[in-house]
Write a protein of this length. Sequence first.
Length: 229
Amino acid sequence: PRVAIIVVAAGSGTRLGKPLPKAFVELDGRSILSRSLDPIFALADPAQIVVVAPLSHLEQAHDIVAHSAGMASDACSVVVGGDSRQASVASGLAALLPSIEVVLVHDAARALAPASLFERVIAEVDSAGRGVIPGLAVSDTIKRVDSSATVLETVDRSQLSAVQTPQAFPRAELVAAYAAADREFTDDAALIQHAGGSVAIVDGDPFAFKITTPWDLRRAEQLLADASS
Ligand code: CTP
Ligand code: MG
């Protein structure tokens, strides 16, 4: 394959507050990780899939991937994550096949991201030849505040975008930016920009919201219930 998708699922899910790592929490009868793989296995062009899992759940991750893939394949693998999301992505990058030209990095926690969003960022990275991230306009009024809870100003919302994953990059650019990273960044686009790269934005998808809190898990369950009724 030409495209690889690194699915980072090695976080603990502190804010969700369940006794097991977030990617292994059930979402309407199947794990968050399993659900997050559905759109990826539905892609028209098969991609290399690298799932990054916690050491404690490697076996479970293998079972989930094998169940989704239907058969063993060297284009599907599970690797152990690190202490930070960035370390987990780095661990996924080390598993890329030689044929890979484009890398998508995706949060397993965005379990309902649709296949169309993956197709959109892949098409755009191919035509733009640079990194591409999905983003949505911000609908709330955003204030800048200080540490003593004083409102300083209203931020111009028209210049803001709330970004999601999958984020797509030319392989060589992403690998070089990771090699050069000297600190932690909150997403891969920030890391690329720190290395001097430029990144484009495309329309995100409301279904690609990140399951972070118990409230988000409820919302995801409700959306699945709506879809099946
Ligand atoms: N992630 C990872 N390795 C880490 C930390 C995070 O692979 N060391 C992954 C998570 O599994 C998740 C994605 O990065 O799919 C986004 O991170 P986040 O939503 O913050 O998940 P957690 O770090 O698990 O949650 P929390 O911050 O609440 O502990
Ligand atoms: Mg986290």
